[in-house]
Design a protein around this ligand. Structure first.
Ligand code: N01
Length: 499
């Protein structure tokens, strides 16, 4: 498809965030938009993460749009393919599929202050847009470890989010580096087929049981026929999860029962005292993402699995050498080492009013936005899943919907009042972030005794939201012009700051 020369709204990313923005803008009659995505399909992270065992660790009833609940989920925690199918269906049913251009990556976007629009260069051509809605996701760019010799490995080596399905694992010696949310889903699947599996653990995570179950046909029929029931069910799950907020955000001691449940899970899955000691976490539950699995510990305890806790010294063409000098041979290395979260690669490509990129803007103090969505110096940039919007206990879809409500209202306000652009006041943004960082001091993420991808190189938590999600929704329910510089539409070159 040839790109149009100009659109009102350019949406980057066709995952949950981009699709939600597209659907809701359409509902408002804002149909002059385009969604671009670098992938071959919609789905974002659910398109990219196809590793064996890929599954959502948030209950499926909550992991869907509130306006497109899905009574057909087959189980209480959906596998990747089912979420991917759901997103494809939503894009089609809500009529936004034709507005999506795939295999098209945003290379550069620069705010033109005279023309009051974004000049964008993509891998499929150039275009301008009045607003730029960045929905590229916070967990989309694989972070490969810097290990000596890794490029010289002669077997197959790939990241968990770029699984190479052409590589057969049956009868092979496999190494999995990392023990995060992805690895604990991968390990039980690989253990079943590999001749031998080495799991390289740097930090033992907390793993609580996953109460997964298959929905019966009558249950699904009831949810299909009785929308009020499905809504009630979803609401119940939402509030049950919201109950974890105090434990994460101001009273970490409340996590003790969950910590006990995790230890029971550990003891049930592993009987060998030495292995138990190795996998017992040394930090407070919640400091890193709490993982859910019934199969991870039994897999670690299997005869064909070794948990390696000596640090990795280097990779050789045929295996991995640990700090104790032992070489562990491997045919396949799976790198489950996470993503670029606090230094988002898209930040280097977005250049604001002063000619500085978001990455440059954030270099000194870390990521910061106003309400996780707009950024001073970057008019008409709307970031989805932006700084301090992440969740450790519930569904990101809830946050995404709240952000889209805010963006819609901003667009409506601009239309109604005749403004060309909006940009948060520096003071509003500073106050917002100072308040967040004050709250952070009491959270388990900052006090729990761990290092995690939630914290940036300055030790600031710029990824998570430290309050209840309903508070986030309330704060974003209305666009708040008082916090913004509102630029009037000017046909001539000058910009006019109205407020
Ligand atoms: O990545 P991670 P992930 N040498 O960053 C280790 C979401 N998600 O892909 O803990 C050796 O959590 C690192 O060790 P340490 C979810 O939000 C959701 O697993 O830093 N090891 C850690 O063990 C999640 O939080 C679902 O000491 C190295 C691991 O690699 C996020 O994605 C499913 C290393 C990285 O863990 C990321 O999860 C999956 C090195 N050089 C993921 N570098 C759902 O179900 C890193 N590690 C919704």
């Amino acid at each position: 498809m040839t790109l149009p020369q100009r659109v009102e709204h350019l949406i980057v990313g066709a995952g949950f965030a981009g699709l939600c923005a597209a659907i809701k803008l359409t509902e408002d009659g804002e149909t002059d938009y385009l969604v671009i995505d670098k992938g071959h399909d919609v789905g974002g992270t659910w398109r990219d993460n196809t590793y064996p065992g890929a599954c959502c660790d948030v209950p499926s009833q909550l992991y869907s749009f509130s306006f497109a609940r899905n009574p057909e989920w087959t189980s209480s925690y959906s596998p990747q393919w089912e979420i991917q199918d759901y997103l494809r269906t939503v894009a089609r049913v809500y009529g936004v599929r034709d507005k999506i251009v795939l295999s098209t990556e945003l290379e550069h976007a620069e705010w033109d202050d005279e023309a009051q629009l974004w000049r964008c260069r993509t891998t499929s051509g150039e275009l301008t847009a009045r607003t730029l809605i960045a929905g590229a996701g916070g967990l989309s760019e694989p972070r490969l470890p810097e290990i000596e010799g890794i490029d010289g490995f002669e077997g197959a080596l790939f990241h968990s989010a770029r699984w190479d399905h052409s590589v057969a694992l049956a009868g092979k010696r496999v190494a999995v580096i990392g023990t995060g949310a992805s690895a604990i889903q991968i390990v039980p699947e690989v253990q079943k087929v590999a001749e031998h599996l080495d799991v390289y653990q740097r930090t033992a995570p907390w793993v609580i049981p996953r109460n997964d179950r298959v929905y019966s046909r009558p249950e699904r029929a009831a949810l299909r026929r009785l929308p009020a029931l499905s809504k009630l069910y979803r609401t119940g799950i939402y509030w049950a999860h919201e109950g974890y907020v105090p434990m994460f955000t101001w009273q970490p001691k409340l996590g003790k029962p969950a910590q006990k449940a995790a230890l029971v899970n550990l003891h049930k899955g592993i009987t060998d005292p030495e292995l138990r000691a190795k996998v017992t976490p040394s930090f407070r539950l919640g400091c890193k993402r709490v993982l859910r699995s019934n199969t991870y510990y039994p897999a670690l305890a299997a005869d064909n699995v070794d948990l390696v806790t000596d640090s990795i010294a280097r990779v050789t063409p045929t295996g991995i050498v640990t700090a104790d000098g032992v070489e562990h041979p491997a045919d396949v290395v799976v790198v489950a080492t996470g993503f670029w979260t606090t230094e988002l690669p898209i930040a280097e490509r977005i250049v604001g009013r002063e000619g500085r990129s978001l990455a440059e803007e954030w270099a000194a103090g870390g990521m910061a936005a106003y309400k996780g969505t707009t950024v001073h110096g970057f008019p008409n940039l709307f970031m989805m899943v932006g700084p301090n919007t992440g969740q450790g206990h519930t569904s990101m879809v809830f946050i995404i919907e709240a952000q889209v409500a805010y963006i819609r209202d901003a667009v409506r306000t601009m239309r109604r009042e005749g403004y060309a652009a909006v940009e948060p006041h520096v003071g509003a943004q500073r106050r917002w972030n100072a308040n967040l960082q004050r709250r952070m001091k009491h959270t388990v993420w900052n006090t729990g005794g761990c290092s995690s991808w939630y914290l940036d190189s300055h030790g600031r938590n710029t990824t998570l939201w430290p309050k209840a999600t309903f508070t986030f929704r309330r704060l974003l329910s209305r666009f708040d012009p008082a916090a913004y510089v509102m630029y009037a539409v000017r046909p001539d070159a000058d910009r006019e700051a109205v407020a």
